[in-house]
Design a protein around this ligand. Sequence first.
Ligand code: 6GU
Length: 311
Amino acid sequence: MTAGTALPFAETLEAVRALVPTKLRNPRIGIVCGSGLSGLAESFRETVLVPYEKLPGFAKSTVPGHKSSLAFGLTGKGEGVSVVAMLGRFHPYEGHAFPTVVYPIRIMARLGVKNIIITNAAGSLNPNIPVGTIVVIQDHLALPNLTCMNPLLGPSTSPEHPRFLPLSDAYSPALRRLLFLSAHHLALDRSALTEGTYAWVGGPTYETPAEGRLLRLAGADVVGMSTVPEVVVAREEGLNIMVMSLVTNFVVIPDRYRSIREEVEAELAGNPIQLEQAQVVSHEEVLEVGREKAELMKKLVESVVERIPTV
Ligand code: 6GU
């Protein structure tokens, strides 16, 4: 699917109608499960999984740890509330055009979703935010959006959408309040959950030290390769948005560059410098932290979902 091609909304919604029972097909709450976080949907009841390949307009996610299905189900006490979760998402770095990356968000909105909880794995740029922390996002820094790589480029998908979408209030204060109330009721350690700004980068390369330093100087706390296109489109569709980033690794920003000249000079002078092992981030590390913290993320998401007013 490329920009300019008509989006197959009617066909996708028809496929959902054919595959998902009435009771589950108009969820009010959507969840996007990030790397290693598909377990968020494991405790749904009466779950119906719809593989992306059965949904016109959906691509296939190619990232390890992503499952490529929509999970429809019920969560919460009593009768439960109807929810839909994306197990695996699409990223621009996989080669997907923006309309494809954000298509599932537009579908969720058309199924009746009013509140969306988006999760991701992110790298920390802030020395006060260690690995394993959950960061609720309060704002974002999207360099691609400033340089003509914005998911809303091109004709509007609906005449009702504003051409110039404000993003000053993209991250719902009301949902963030519910998250901190949930954390309190779950007796979560205060350091386990914090607030911060997410920097979106295109990837798939991780940041160089200079790039990490730039993002930190610009006020970002965490960095990742997803979420912002979804946020922009969810906002355009009028949804309330909450984003939770799980910090899976620290972005390596050395205070000082290793100087090869100094190393050579020290070696020639007969007292070579002992070097520390350089740190390098890996996707396996990202998935491992996801596994460890997935249970906590799940409890928080469930608790927030239960607190979202149903009217
Ligand atoms: Cl360190 N950088 C980016 N861009 N994305 C990430 C990450 C780092 N860690 C997890 N996702």
